[in-house]
Design a protein around this ligand. Sequence first.
Ligand code: SF4
Length: 335
Amino acid sequence: MVPLSQVWTVASYVIGKKLKGVKRYPLVLMLEPLFRCNLACAGCGKIQYPDHILNRRLTPEQCWAAAEECGAPIVSIAGGEPLVHKEIDRIVEGLIRMKRYVYLCSNALLLKKRLDLFKPSKYLTFSIHLDGLKEEHDESVCREGVYETAVEGIKEAVKRGFRVTINSTLFDGANPERVRAFFDEAMRLGIEGIMVSPGYSYQKAPDQEHFLQRNKTRELFKQILKDRKKSWKFNLSPLFLEFLQGNIEYDCTPWGNPTYNVFGWQKPCYLLQDGYAKTFKELIESTPWEKYGFRSGNPKCANCMVHSGYEATAVNDTFGSWRGFAKTVKATLSL
Ligand code: SF4
């Protein structure tokens, strides 16, 4: 279960922003301290960068300054593979000192080796990339044996008292029954919960064929989430899961998950690269937000239903009004 203190922190943060009349505020900082990875997945748009970019790193000081500047209560450290960064322990330690809830996203290849660098804390969660059962995951990351290594890493982290979630991206051709079996297996590992999102066709990703379209996404999630098992716990807003099944219409709020990486603040979101801003303030003030999201008619957003665009919308809906809160309670009780 997500600790109550985290739920409370997020709820009071959203309510505080609403009371102050702030229209656009960040919920999760997507921090990419490097693009270098120890895998080369077909669905990844980051590892295509040339070596001189892949060799660049954000310093711990730059990471803390970005967190300070935007103020989001949650920081998701992605990449690249964060455990490849030589100062990842300092980055995490500093963010925890700032009382940010840190989700350290990792493919877990180095997890067992690097666990000693970290201490269990309610502020730290390892969010392990697993796209399915062994066959599907190894195919997704284009390497045999990665699933087994990741599972070993997860078990060790759970044993040592760390918070652990899994982070799954589903692509076209995903088999709902296999995904359900995967959720069963993942929960048996003792993880706190599952984060799941449909894939988005990165312009830079080499594999453009296997990304889901909007209607297919809804159908797939309806199949997966019908008769949802009580044993499945999700590290997601219940309303985001309703959205994925087509039961609620939302538009994207990309400022909810701003991205900071070696180029600066990325416009407008984690997925698109329409320029960079030097400061968070500049990102918020200079991005033409009306040109993004499903309702904008922007073809790049037409089929996007990803977690980093829509989870913040769902959380804003949950804590932004009594109606939204009531919808969340209803969605939770109907599980
Ligand atoms: S809809 Fe998707 S691609 Fe478009 S701005 Fe939102 S997150 Fe980015």
